[in-house]
Design a protein around this ligand. Structure first.
Ligand SMILES: [Zn+2]
Ligand SMILES: [Zn+2]
Ligand SMILES: [Zn+2]
Length: 184
């Protein structure tokens, strides 16, 4: 049985979809360059399997392969980079097939779209699809970190509504230099 890992201290079984709203902060925003990335990958795949099981969704081979390609690093990849990566170990998949798999992974909170890069990031934090995060994009190494951004997103949406605008999706992307690249 999946246990809720959110910050509220809730420790019961997780009802589908609603309880995992906070993002877990047990992992560093930017893992050290020499971290055990195999562990990140294995954890993310296990999390994806659980999410699919919990939501009665099929984790089909193509969905798994696309997620695995994105998990090759903490850098986002464009859809065609994903296709190139898959083509190394299987017949080159059609773009529509890969886009469908990406849509599925995004709907289930396993992958994020980095709008400013037109690229996709495998989520390294087991948060719910509804959690609001801001993306920190390192201009030196290309890694993308995630930080919780619910208060920021709420005040942005409130300011947008105050001006008569009906916000649908808010994306916060901040470019800069990560802590590891600042040291070098
Ligand atoms: Zn990693
Ligand atoms: Zn995420
Ligand atoms: Zn960096």
């Amino acid at each position: 049985m999946l246990r809720c890992k959110c910050a509220t201290g809730f420790d019961g079984p997780v009802p589908p979809r609603y309880m995992i709203v906070s993002m877990t902060l047990t992992r560093p925003t930017f893992p050290a360059p020499d971290h055990d990335h195999g562990r990140c990958t294995a954890d993310a795949i296990t999390h994806a399997e659980r999410v699919c099981q919990l939501r009665a969704q099929k984790f089909t081979p193509i969905r798994r392969q696309v997620l695995q390609a994105l998990l090759s690093s903490h850098r986002p990849l464009g859809a065609y980079e994903v296709i190139d990566d898959l083509a190394k170990s299987m017949p080159r998949p059609a773009p529509i097939t890969v886009y469908r798999a990406l849509d599925f992974l995004m709907e289930n909170g396993l992958v994020h779209r980095i709008e400013s890069r037109n690229a996709y990031l495998a989520c390294a934090h087991d948060h719910d699809a509804a959690a609001m995060v801001a993306f920190l994009i390192c201009e030196a190494c290309g890694s993308v970190g995630e930080i919780p951004a619910a208060p920021v997103a709420q005040s942005l949406n409130a300011a947008a509504r105050a001006s008569g605008f009906a916000p649908k999706l808010s994306v916060v992307e901040i470019t800069g230099i990560c802590a590891h690249c600042q040291k070098t």
